[in-house]
Design a protein around this ligand. Structure first.
Ligand code: GLN
Length: 287
């Protein structure tokens, strides 16, 4: 236990930051503040005005548990069970990928691609927390969506998120591998952030990422297995003029485009870049 009851809030912030810094965590101070704010139920200002107050035993124990998990390099998002995405709150667990800011690029590109389609039907393959599907349904009040995932635990999280965001009446969730579950359903948009890391690269990811489900990261030897699995069957489920919107790894633009070209789908625009300037989202359509 690194914090004891009776330590002041300011002292707790110091101790947590120091412990995180010593462990080589470069967001040490921010992480300490986030954990304190969450466990004390205050915002940044509240943290300052509470500086001289002493922690209760309950708070000290909860924060010590959080600190141990952070020192084991679990992300703050997973420890707190929540991550903001598209300015919406999403519950996250150890069974889901934590939604990334880069993935907002995919949401934006997908929204643009379906802007002129009325009451669009959306399929989100490998939905995880449901963050992509829920963000799209939140923006497009006339849309309906299906979230597909192979992980039952992830689907529980996605269903809960859709309910919490009042989107449940327009979202269905199905346990299956990619397009298999869609049956005769035809859609206006297939969107996916599939696993796209090459197996050998997994070991080189940040320790926080390595706590995330391997199923959501591992794209096989060359990182392209999931794209191949989607490409094989995706044209079957597309309405005329429908689009496919995919997140890709920074170096995968031409390789993924080639996979889909082999199944009659071509890029409608160059890859959309993320905030870091890397190609991140591909929009494809049937030739
Ligand atoms: N962008 C994620 C990462 O680099 C990977 C997500 C994925 O494989 N779809 O950690």
């Amino acid at each position: 236990m690194i914090l004891s009851a009776g330590a002041t809030v300011a002292r707790a912030e110091q101790l947590l930051s120091q412990a995180f810094r010593d462990a080589g965590i470069d967001t040490a101070m921010l992480d300490a503040r986030f954990l304190l704010q969450a466990r004390l139920g205050v915002d940044r200002t509240g943290l300052l005005s509470d500086a001289t107050r002493e922690l209760t035993i309950i708070e000290a124990e909860a924060l010590s548990r959080d600190a141990a998990r952070r020192l084991a390099r679990e992300s703050v998002a997973v420890i707190l069970g929540e991550q903001e995405f598209w300015s919406l709150p999403f519950r996250v667990t150890r069974d889901t990928l934590v939604p990334r800011p880069d993935t907002e690029t995919l949401v934006e590109a997908a929204l643009t691609a379906i802007a002129d389609r009325a009451s669009p039907i959306i399929a989100d393959l490998g939905t995880g927390t449901g963050a992509i599907l829920c963000s799209l349904l939140h923006e497009r009040r006339d849309a309906f969506g299906v979230g597909v995932d192979i992980s039952a635990a992830a689907l529980d999280v996605a269903r809960g998120n859709a309910r919490r965001l009042n989107l449940a009446t327009r979202a269905r969730f199905i346990r299956a591998s990619f397009t298999a579950a869609l049956g005769n359903q035809r859609v206006d948009l297939v969107v996916s952030n599939p696993p796209y890391i090459g197996t050998a690269e997994i070991a080189r990811l940040e320790p926080e990422v390595r706590h995330e489900p391997i199923l959501a990261l591992d794209g096989g030897a060359d990182g392209l297995d999931a794209y191949r699995a989607i490409a094989v069957d995706v044209t079957r489920v597309l309405k005329p003029g429908a689009v496919v919107a995919l997140e890709i790894g920074a170096t995968q633009e031409s390789a993924v485009a080639a996979v889909f070209a082999g199944h009659g789908l071509t890029l409608v625009r160059p890859a959309v870049r993320d905030l870091g300037g890397n190609p991140r989202a591909l929009i494809l359509q049937r030739n």
